[in-house]
Design a protein around this ligand. Sequence first.
Ligand code: F6P
Length: 551
Amino acid sequence: MNAPSTPFFENEDIQKKLKTLAKKAKGIPMSARFESDSDRFSRYSLNLKGLLFDYSKNHIDEDILSILIKGASEAGLQHSVAAMFDGEKINNTENRAVLHSALRAPLSDIASELQDDIAQARDQTSSFSQRVRDRQWFGATGKALTQIVNIGIGGSDLGPAMAVEALAHYANKDLEFHFVSNIDPTHIAETLSKCNPETTLFIVSSKSFTTLETLSNAKAAKAWLTHAIGNCDDIGKHFIGISSNIDAVTDFGIPADNILPMWDWVGGRYSLWSAIGLSLEIAIGVEGFYQFLDGGHCVDTHFRQAPLEENIPVLMALISMWNSNFMGADSNAVVCYEQYLHRFVSYLQQMDMESNGKGVQKNGEPCNWQTAIPLWGGTGSDTQHSYHQLFHQGSRMVPLDFIVGVNSLNPIGDQHAFLFANCIAQSKALMTGKDTATIKQELFDQGMNPEDADTLAPHKVIPGNRPSNMLVYKTLTPFVLGQLVALYEQKVFALSVLWNINAFDQWGVELGKQLSNSIKSALLESTETDYKNGDGSTAGLIAHFKKLSKQ
Ligand code: F6P
């Protein structure tokens, strides 16, 4: 039975208090909060098995946090967390449970009805990955397959592509990994140009096995192989299919023995923990993959058991909501000071924005509040020389998460110390900024006359007072990556509860898919007929294509 709850944004008492507190908080410089509280760092930082979360550089205090936590509790957050882990059908528009967390749990912790499926899939995936790593997976001409091409898109691409790059330090260097996602034929063509048909293994990853991009690229791969090797049954040896739609995988021509399963209770963007992670398991081995799962599971245990005020994903969600819904931020950025995490933000973008980019509540009523915040970012220190100018002096406040390791996996001189210093310096500069008086003094000291200093100073002022979080690990390992991914997954889920939306459907992506089918037909029609359902712009663009196309 559902515990009585009041959606966070319909809780009038909470809303009133938070609005008042936000008004007050805007008048308190963040650095003043540190000056008046020497324990602020330890008060507002937590450690989860070696992963430090420092949230002290936010416009928060005990009053604000206690109201946020009270509102979350009254919104039934703990109940929703339990409902997800208990397998209730919390994805209400698709009538599905949301159980990707089970994929990273030890077998003994998994509900009995899922145990066999998960155990079998894990064993099968491990045996596939081990065979490839041992050079025991042979192609049509008898050669071992060593060039791995994952064909998928969205959750069937971004997760494995991100993780294989993130853990490249631990990867088998004799194997090559490629990821093809785009319907743009250039993507598959350029990838195939680097591969040898005799030694290439395609992993076709698609939960639905109906996705246009993936099926088109898989067909192109099959045609390329057939052209090189000849049309024989052995072509199937070059393909593994991962899907919940086994019939479609078989129809495509992938032998039953080369198929790994998926289930409707795993959302595509949460599927890295399943057989969709096969390329990662091939890269880092079975043991490494299990360490990755353990990292995720450690976050789940914490998320389920820690009180809200000491719960990292919950605090990440509350602070993010506080910054966007109450303090005026209209986007969020994540900057990873770790080259290996180069693709982490692209991965997060789907997980976050496809999950929470919704405007209606779970009951179908419109949300009269803002939901998912556009998420962007990249890899520091590159980003410093690109868009940090906007973070420091732009008219918009962009709260940041900085992610950084204490140790480099590739130490060279003191470069890593510089990297770490840059990361801390950015978060400090965002907070403290630089005021007019200091800038003028510096200009005078450099010999500038007062008139010129007055003119230049406003351009050099850095307002500061901008919030950021820090996630700091010792060294990037499979376990740490598992922690990071699961932390953001659970943060996104906690936010969906606060916004009272369903994080696990994605109806918004359907319309574009439908329209593209009829537009594609119109593009390829030989006649000059108008696009029947078209507006002027669509019809004009179709006509332009037809005029210039070489197809
Ligand atoms: O973009 C919509 C979407 O359904 C994503 O949610 C999913 O990750 C992606 O397409 C790929 O879907 P599939 O794994 O079924 O090919």
